[in-house]
Design a protein around this ligand. Structure first.
Ligand code: SF4
Length: 401
């Protein structure tokens, strides 16, 4: 399994597979192509990249990254013989008449592959499943973070700390920001209002849920405004994990170092999903994004609160289990409806999964392991029709015009 540095990255929102992925793909193309004497570049977007590319800002990020060139973007809605729902072809045409072509797949979370090429296969971890990790954990005193640090190196801590603090900055800044989000939906930014309302409440259950909601909205609204976002594990679902960890940090006077370690433990959980299924809404629906983020958040919370290894697995499993089958149907192709609200719901859901792992897991051993729920998620996602996998052709995207 690959490094967490490939899962946790920073880049332009609102979609890790539709903006960060294409942004990194364009940079890769410029590294490989002979730049001198390019006359023009044609980028062809297929399937999900074509169908939601306008709303997700894929065209804008491509034009910005190729700003020194004459660029044409083709939205190909018809070709279905493609290797991945997020496929893009880039062709550089030279003044000499020659051309240089590469076909890329944006595979989710900002990662990409080049069709027909073996991209680097450096594996950081000698296992791919949660069960296999458990077999070697006794050598690390059953501490998942100790195992992560062993395989990633000590610098993973600072790497994660910087990203977590960047996520917290995004929340703080967004909580002070008002205005209308880009696009035809004309959605008002409301995290500031929700935060004020939460602060006016007395301490109690509702206050915690409203605080989580405001933090979640803050990140998701910043993401919808195409700001720089940390993938946790994607941009579309980036409001879930930071909301939970910021709540502990700010409202419960949390220990930052312990939060960073917990953040990495949750990230490892999401990495299992990326490895054995997908974290891309275009591949397996929103369960792959919001479900993964909820598992990430719940496992982080369980680790932070010193729950057992079994309870950490339980929290991650329960979070995903109850998002199985969640469809991806962004209205008008914008990462706004249902995405922003869904991030808030998922942060509360992740907190509830943590509470179950703490208070219910002690009475009965769960029949469903984390590895098994990933299998179910993968199978369920494959059976979802493509209209419900980031094409904006079904579900809410169909009924709201
Ligand atoms: S519905 Fe879910 S997967 Fe689809 S764009 Fe929104 S957050 Fe991402």
């Amino acid at each position: 399994m690959k490094s967490l540095k490939e899962l946790l990255i920073i880049g332009p929102g609102p979609s890790s597979s539709h903006t960060i992925g294409p942004y990194r793909i364009c940079l890769d193309f410029l590294r490989k192509a002979e730049i001198k004497d390019i006359d023009h570049i044609i980028v062809t977007l297929y399937d999900s990249l074509a169908l939601t590319g306008k709303g997700h800002g894929t065209d804008k990020i491509i034009i910005d990254t190729f700003k020194n060139f004459d660029v044409q973007i083709i939205f190909d809605f018809k070709t279905d013989d493609i290797p991945h729902p997020n496929t893009m072809r880039i062709q550089a045409f030279y003044k000499s008449g020659k051309n240089f072509t590469k076909v890329y797949c944006s595979t989710g979370g900002g990662a990409f592959q080049i069709v027909g090429e073996n991209t680097d296969n450096i594996e950081t971890y000698p296992f791919n499943t949660f069960d296999d990790m458990k077999k070697i954990l006794p050598s690390f005193n059953n501490d998942i973070y100790a195992l992560i640090e062993y395989y990633e190196g000590k610098d993973i801590f600072l790497y994660a700390r910087n990203l977590l603090l960047k996520s917290f900055d995004t929340i703080r800044k967004s909580l002070k920001t008002e205005g209308i989000l880009p696009g035809p939906l004309r959605l008002k930014r409301v995290s500031k209002d929700i935060f004020r309302r939460a602060n006016d409440m007395k301490i109690g259950e509702e206050k915690r849920e409203l605080l989580l909601t405001s933090y979640s909205y803050a990140t998701s609204e910043a993401n919808a405004a195409s700001e720089m976002i940390v993938t946790t594990p994607t941009c579309g679902a980036s409001g879930v994990v930071p909301a939970i960890l910021y709540y502990i940090y700010k409202d419960l006077n949390g220990d930052l170092n312990k939060l960073v370690r917990s953040y990495l433990v949750g990230a490892l959980v999401a990495n299992f999903i990326k490895q054995n299924a997908s974290i891309s809404g275009a591949v397996l629906g929103c369960q792959a994004e919001i479900g993964s983020a909820a598992s990430f958040a719940a496992a982080s919370l369980a680790y932070y609160n010193d729950l057992t290894l079994y309870q950490i697995e339980y929290a991650a499993e329960v979070s995903m289990e109850h998002f199985l089958g969640l469809t991806c149907d962004p209205v008008d192709g914008y990462v706004q409806i249902p995405c922003i609200e869904r991030n808030a719901i998922a942060s509360i859901h992740a907190y509830a999964a943590y509470l179950l792992s703490k208070n219910v897991a002690i009475y009965r051993h769960n029949r469903v392991s984390f590895d098994k729920v990933i299998l179910a998620m993968n199978d369920t996602g494959k059976q979802l029709p493509s209209d419900l996998k980031e094409t904006s052709k079904g579900g809410l995207a169909k009924v709201i015009c």
